[in-house]
Design a protein around this ligand. Structure first.
Ligand code: XMP
Length: 525
């Protein structure tokens, strides 16, 4: 695999993504890894990422110089370029003029890294310091007006570096350079394809599980569904998928999940009908945090009750499968500290195991990015409505009903939410047809209805009504950390509003939430 040494840039993840796009497996490793540790990890090549620091700053991250003696091909970008230069005896100087954005380089005619790219080309720069003298044995392979060493290389030792960022799209031929490095210089083969991955993962799961039983909390979300589909392929009915229906799922959702995991995939599927127990526990509860606590605590009670029944029925559970994905574990140190010890602990902490209960963990997605998980889901044959499902909170509709949850409110919200999803699924599909991108600019990332705890006056026919408003929430986002309200076309808004008041009894008004996050959050509770 290719190890990306992460010097704290926002570019680290992006580099790993670009390498994987070329079907070569890549992982992020913290930059303070020692040569010895790296030898044990046994990568085939290294990429040094950019980073926010100046190599001369007081706490600037450094690199174990012995890493350059491991005989591995190395490619450095930006900070990685500068750290390679200073570590190997070159020089980096401060400069008053930085270079930010597109720049034009002229490259040397002979350089394996630049093969099949033009002599003059546009690259993306973002730096103030610059390499002023390349180390001995290196040749300078490109420069710009303000950057004398825009790239350098020592082909005999397979060391290459660029001041610019080949991993960003604005570097016109960046992907070609990466491809030159991986295939021509390192001699790797691009065999990390979804079909191969499925085979490898299936093999891994079989080997680890043996004859034992695995249990999975299947929510119907993307990650747990992909784990279930993988498990079905690997161990079939040795895997028990527990679907806990708390009654606050969206319209048709429980039926769809049950259909997929009983008809299409051969797993031991248990549908726990806990609707009544949840309704009783939540009766009259208005505080959002208390609702969350009740729902979360009851969830694990229901789950462990199933595990216990299996045990009593002579089918003891050895493994707990989880849909942990790569961004969950990337926090630095994860790989170095002997696997993912630190992260596993925090996951365990989230799950309130009853006294004396413990499981071994299986986390088959722990090195996949979200869109790779979706690709894996498609390769396994999961339907698009699961693979492209929008995020949905664990506590479900309970935190979209402001105030106490009741059957009447649930019915209204499910009806309104179904219309919102139907209309905005179609809107997203139209954008997808136009742009070919799933989460293109202006497509909605998450969209749903919220039911506030108020009523307002309206008029229907000749009658005065005193009924409920519904709030439409639709946001554009990529990671839920920040979000903007979606600038939906008026005709789409009009259709949603018209359909909700026409089709959902008890609703006489629709409002649109036009607040971004921050200062609001995506959900209302
Ligand atoms: P907020 O409302 O904090 O939501 O902007 C950010 C993202 O997280 C989802 N969310 C949850 N997901 N359990 C979950 O699994 C929860 O309790 C929860 N609360 C919010 C929300 O839907 C959005 O995508």
């Amino acid at each position: 695999f290719v190890a990306v040494l992460d010097f704290g840039a926002q570019y680290g993840q992006l580099i790993a993504r670009r390498v994987r796009d070329l079907h070569v497996y890549s992982e992020i490793v913290p930059c303070d890894v020692s040569a010895e540790e790296l030898r044990e990890l046994a990568p085939s090549a290294l990429i040094l990422s950019g980073g926010p620091a100046s190599v001369y700053a007081k706490d600037a991250p450094s690199i174990d110089p012995a890493i350059f003696d491991l005989g591995l091909p190395v490619l450095g970008f930006c900070y990685g370029h500068q750290i390679m230069a200073v570590t190997l005896g070159g020089e980096v100087s401060h400069s008053d003029v930085g270079e930010y954005g597109p720049a034009t380089i002229e490259r040397a005619p002979k350089s394996a890294l630049f093969n099949a790219t033009p002599l003059k080309q546009t690259v993306w720069m973002s730096h103030r310091d610059a390499v002023s003298r390349a180390p001995e044995g290196f040749i300078v392979t490109s420069s710009t007006a303000v950057c004398p060493v825009a790239s350098m290389e020592c082909p005999a030792r397979k060391l290459y570096s660029t001041q610019f960022h080949p991993e960003v799209r604005h570097t016109e031929h960046g992907q070609q350079m990466l491809s030159n490095f991986l295939f021509d210089i390192c001699g790797l083969s691009g065999d990390w394809t979804m079909e191969n991955i499925v085979d490898r993962k299936v093999e891994e799961i079989c080997k680890k599980v043996g004859e034992d039983r695995v249990i999975l909390a299947l929510s119907g979300g993307v990650d747990s569904s992909v784990v279930a589909a993988l498990g079905a392929r690997a161990i079939g009915r040795q895997m028990t998928c527990v679907f806990i229906n708390h009654g606050m799922l969206r319209a048709n959702e429980p039926e769809q999940v049950e259909e997929v995991f009983t008809k299409q995939f051969d797993v031991d599927f248990i549908h726990v009908h806990a609707e009544g127990r949840y309704a009783a526990l939540l009766d009259g509860v208005t505080d959002p945090e208390q609702k969350r606590r009740i729902i979360g605590t009851q969830f694990w009670k229901e789950f462990f009750a199933v595990a216990q029944q299996l045990e009593e029925g002579g089918r003891p559970v050895k493994f707990l499968a989880q849909g942990t994905i790569y961004p969950d574990i990337i926090e630095s140190g994860a790989r170095k500290t002997g696997g993912k010890a630190s992260t596993i602990k925090s996951h365990h902490n989230l799950i309130p195991f009853p006294e004396g209960v413990s499981f071994d963990l299986i986390e088959p997605l722990d090195h996949f990015f979200k869109d790779e998980v979706r690709e894996l889901g498609l390769a396994l044959g999961l339907p698009a409505h699961i693979v492209y499902r929008q995020p949905f909170p664990g506590p479900g509709l309970a935190i979209r009903i402001i105030g106490a949850v009741s059957p009447e409110k649930l019915q209204i919200l499910k009806g309104a939410d179904a219309i919102v999803r139907e209309e905005l699924d179609a809107y997203n599909q139209r954008l997808f047809d136009q742009t070919g991108e799933r989460n293109s600019e202006h497509s909605c990332w998450q969209y749903f209805a919220v039911l506030p705890d108020i009523r307002s006056v309206g008029v229907m026919g000749d009658e005065r009504t005193y009924a409920r408003p519904v709030i439409l929430r639709a946001v554009e986002s990529s990671d839920a950390m920040t979000a903007d309200w979606a600038k939906l076309p008026y005709d789409v808004l009009a259709r949603i509003s018209g359909r909700i008041v026409d089709e959902v009894p008890g609703v006489n008004r629709v409002a649109y939430d036009i607040t971004s996050k921050p200062p609001a959050t995506i959900e209302w509770e």
